[in-house]
Design a binder for this molecule. Structure first.
Ligand SMILES: [Zn+2]
Length: 245
């Protein structure tokens, strides 16, 4: 099941082994070679017939928007997953603790949110992920082995490292914001049009002033999806429903 401590660090060695196997591949039976190099693909949704979706918020905490969002979620008794940035958590730790006390999941979105994470060197990627995981444990007592890279940028290198470190990479299947959905009402409409059982919905609560839209869109989305029979779960709950963890 879920670990409460950050996964141990063996990524550099694991990558060295993977690199060796890639070179030595011609000498290995191809099936064995493939199995040894296999990496779990990023999770964008889970396969289920249950009408469940997971609301996720990236890039917080933010001193105004996150507490406002927590008030809204409390009002509707909805639990969400916050992929927070470590440096911001260190700055506003009380907001992080408040979110965790309310039953929301605080999840790993790296320590400093580098835009080019996937092209960084292995030891820096490992540091970004594991420093964040340690901070989550320190502030809220437990951290799930799930990770969302900044901007959702993945690649073989990053996938291998996440896999070697014991994390599942979690992306999304529905993004509330789009250049054609710039108002809370249009964001809600977009989510309703694209929602499906097992969907992971991407929203934001930090980094940019424009995130007030996500805050305002939240009650609209909750009400509209509830009316259509959906209930809201956290990412760990969704992964359990989908049998991914
Ligand atoms: Zn982000």
């Amino acid at each position: 099941m879920f670990r409460s401590k950050p996964p141990t660090t063996h990524a550099r060695r694991a990558c060295a082994v993977a690199a060796f196997l890639a070179v030595a591949g011609v000498l290995l039976p191809s099936r064995l070679h493939k199995a040894l190099l296999e990496v779990t693909p990023p999770i964008c949704h889970v396969a289920t017939r249950q009408k469940v979706v997971a609301l996720t918020y990236d890039d917080g905490p933010q001193p105004v928007y996150t507490p406002e969002l927590l008030r809204i979620l409390r009002r509707y008794r909805v639990k969400a997953t916050f992929f927070m940035i470590g440096a911001r958590m260190a700055r506003w730790p009380e907001i992080v603790k408040e979110a965790a006390r309310d039953g929301h999941v605080i999840a790993n979105h790296t320590y400093s949110h580098p835009n080019n994470l996937a092209s960084m060197r292995t030891y820096r990627i490992v540091h970004e992920i594991n420093a964040e995981q340690r901070l989550i444990v320190r502030l809220v007592g437990r951290a799930y082995p799930i990770f969302r890279p900044p901007k959702g940028l993945v690649g073989r290198h990053l996938d291998h490292i996440a896999h070697a470190e014991g994390y599942s990479v979690v992306l999304w299947s529905v993004s509330a914001y789009h250049h054609e959905a710039r108002t809370p009402e249009l964001m809600m409409r977009r989510v309703i049009d694209q929602a499906h059982p097992g969907a992971i919905i991407l929203m934001h609560d930090g980094r940019y002033q424009m995130r007030w839209r996500d805050v305002r869109a939240t009650p609209l989305i909750i009400e509209a999806l509830s009316k259509r029979g959906y209930r809201f779960v956290t990412i760990p709950e969704l992964l359990e429903i989908g049998g991914s963890m």
